[in-house]
Design a binder for this molecule. Structure first.
Ligand code: CP3
Length: 293
């Protein structure tokens, strides 16, 4: 069993720096493309056998040290009552963005077992099929990042509508964030119960807030979610840094982290569909080689 990832999570000594890559199951992999030709992205997420199959593909193909559940951070928003579409050109789109009180009131706090049972089933299949080869990471979007998609209706550049709600309708924003936080907490707990061995919270867009606004409007909800997570699993909180800061080369990152225990190599942007599969293999090999103790 390769438990380097879990050891690093616990801050224990490891023989090399473990690595996994965001979107490691994705369009750059030939095997993934074969599956995607047959079904659209959301259907793939909602078909446990297929979602499990593509989760395992990068373990075999590029040799990463952990599997990450194949799903999307926007699945729980759909379960709350949002209409989600993935467009090839625009990425995720919500047809009914949340911008006023009646929209927030309409959102539910779903039981994960009822509305996201397919995710839990995927996790159960994966634990069986991975049979201890590498650990399985579950995940959810952090409340602020979820809220940006739900308010803006999709990806955004300036997050104007989100900021407008924060500053012009603070009570409504709070109400929305409370519903998202409760959904997120229940969702992560259900993933852990189903077999996730670590969970990651993605706060991709938290960097769009000033440090003070982050502390006031994003961090309290992250803390609430984390403090309500049951079970002894590592929790990883991920915030994007500004683009120019994350574009460091693998070696530089490893050099700077060489004295730190618990370092896990990851790719901030995720892997692009255009990335040659060989390059992904080379990255994983380089991290393992240059970090050997
Ligand atoms: O391999 C993995 O990383 C696990 C699965 C995973 C996906 N999305 C699959 C995916 C995870 C952990 C995510 C998280 C996610 N999704 C985030 C947070 C991390 C980040 O990237 O900042 C966000 C913001 C999303 C929302 C989302 N989903 C966007 C913006 C897009 C469009 C981007 C694109 O490449 O088209 C997606 C789609 C998506 N999520 C794909 C995959 C493999 C591409 C789907 C396809 O066309 O096959």
């Amino acid at each position: 069993m390769n438990d380097t990832f879990l050891k690093a999570c616990r801050g224990e000594k490891v023989g090399y720096t473990p690595v996994w890559i965001m979107r490691q199951a994705g369009r750059y992999l030939k095997e993934y493309q074969k599956v995607r030709k047959k079904v659209d992205f959301l259907t793939l997420c909602k078909t446990p056998e297929l979602a499990a199959q593509v989760t395992i593909q990068p373990i075999d193909a590029i040799g990463v040290d952990a599997a990450i559940l194949f799903s999307d951070i926007l699945i729980p928003a759909e379960a709350m009552g949002m209409e989600l579409k993935f467009s090839e050109s625009k990425g995720p789109v919500f047809l009914n963005p949340v911008r006023d009180k009646s929209a927030v009131d309409k959102l539910s706090v779903p039981e994960p077992e009822d509305s996201m049972g397919f995710v839990l089933e995927t996790i159960k299949i994966l634990r069986r099929e991975l049979s201890g080869r590498v650990p399985l990471i579950g995940f959810s979007g952090a409340p602020f990042t979820m809220a940006t998609y739900m308010i803006e209706g999709g990806s955004s550049k300036n997050f104007l509508l989100t900021k407008r709600m924060i500053f012009q309708q603070p009570d409504l924003y709070k109400e929305l964030m409370n519903k998202i936080s409760q959904t997120t907490t229940a969702y992560l707990n259900s993933q852990i119960k189903a077999g996730a061995q670590a969970v990651q919270l993605f706060d991709t867009w938290a960097g769009m807030l000033s440090p003070d606004d982050y502390r006031a409007y994003a961090l309290p909800y992250v803390k609430e979610v984390i403090s309500n997570i049951k079970g002894q699993v590592p929790i990883i909180y991920f915030v994007f840094l500004p683009k120019d800061k994350i574009e460091e080369r693998a070696k530089d990152i490893l050099k700077r982290a060489s004295s730190a225990r618990g370092h896990i190599f990851n790719l901030g942007h995720g892997i692009l569909p255009e990335t040659p599969e060989e390059n992904a293999i080379a990255l994983v090999e380089a991290v393992h080689k240059f970090s050997k103790r």
